[in-house]
Design a protein around this ligand. Structure first.
Ligand code: TYM
Length: 320
């Protein structure tokens, strides 16, 4: 089964949609599961009420994107199971392995008061994956290293204590694996981007999307060409348009003779791609009782799916 998730540490952005959510929706496997990883949004300073609101918003975005309501749940509804399994996996993971994670180094670098959970977060992510027995984990490029850790921990636990976990594999999307910030194409687009001018949020109004795309940083050339190394800004626009229209960035480049025409086409495609997601999300958020019903049913299904793996792992490791 496929399993993946999104952290409500900010509002969903175009990179999340093109690199992950749209592929989850398209895969449509009958046993696949997707979740909102709210426990992961506490590794840096956070606001409890804001987190709760963004968790509901993310759940609505997943469903509005076309993932069946029976396939979604919220991580904290399984907090007890995941907390227990995380401990077993922390006892399987070395300190050095956790400290090597690129995201930890990036986020912790030079800061004081770093939460311990920022270091251990990939182990919780491994617990998410291993509890449910996922074999494929569809993620964008930035999460690949974390899935590799889950893979290493599953193999180690199985060979040390006994076979219980499915060994998972990261699956990267054919397009949209790394959408870049429009204002600073050296960086990936991110929910927590400091400068919202370069980040298209899934719930942005169409006019705002157009303004952000028009202002996207390109280069001193004037005719589009696909060259991610030397021309990251325009190549990012080509990748976005290719991902929205199901073509390749090189083919897209040949179709546009100027940056201006390309930007208008990108804006149109992004607006039309996100329109149903935005409208569906707003409709769901207007019906909190329905969202709550979906959430409760999803939690029960996911808990049932994971139960036997946690009890087997506890028994094998010498507890329970
Ligand atoms: P998160 O919330 O950072 O991102 C959700 C998904 O979006 C992808 N993504 C991108 N893809 C392309 N371009 C971008 N600019 C971009 N930004 C984000 C991410 O690769 C990801 O697939 N730790 C995870 C959530 C998680 C999880 C899990 C995933 C928690 N437990 C278990 C899989 C399995 C995270 O914070 O993703």
């Amino acid at each position: 089964m496929r399993f993946s998730g999104i952290t409500p540490s900010g509002h969903a952005q175009l990179g999340n949609y093109l690199g992950a959510i749209s592929h989850w929706a398209a895969a449509g496997g009958a046993r696949d599961l997707y979740f909102v990883s709210d426990l992961h949004a506490m590794t840096t300073s956070h606001n409890p009420a804001g987190l709760r609101a963004r968790t509901s918003e993310m759940l609505a975005v997943l469903i509005a994107s076309g993932i069946a309501p029976e396939r979604v749940f919220v991580q904290s509804d399984l907090a007890r199971e995941l907390g227990a399994l995380t401990w077993l996996l922390e006892c399987t993971c070395s300190f050095g392995e956790a400290a090597r994670m690129i995201q930890f180094k990036e986020k912790a670098g030079g800061q004081s008061g770093v939460r311990l959970s920022l270091l251990t977060y990939p182990v919780l992510m491994a617990a998410d994956i291993l509890l449910l027995g996922a074999d494929e984990v569809p993620v964008g490029e930035d999460q690949r290293q974390h899935v590799e850790l889950a893979r290493a921990l599953a193999k180690r636990f199985n060979s040390t204590y006994g076979e219980v976990f499915t060994v998972p594999e990261a699956v990267l999307p054919p397009t949209g694996a790394r959408v870049r910030d429009l204002a600073d194409p050296a960086r990936k687009m991110s929910k927590s981007g400091r400068d919202a001018a370069g980040v298209v949020f899934v719930l942005d109004e169409p006019d705002l999307i157009r303004r952000k795309v028009r202002r996207a940083v390109t280069d001193a050339e004037s005719v589009p060409a696909y060259d991610p190394e030397r021309r990251p800004g325009v190549s990012n626009l080509l990748e976005i348009l290719a991902a929205c229209t199901g073509t390749s960035p090189r083919d897209v480049a040949e179709a546009y003779g100027s940056y201006g025409a390309l930007k208008e086409a990108v804006a149109d495609a992004v607006i039309e791609t996100l329109r149903p997601v935005r409208e569906g999300t707003l409709a769901l958020l207007a019906d909190p009782a329905e969202l709550d019903r979906i959430r409760k049913a999803g939690a029960a299904r996911a808990a049932e799916r994971g139960e036997h793996r946690l009890s087997s792992a506890l028994r094998l490791i010498g507890a329970g």
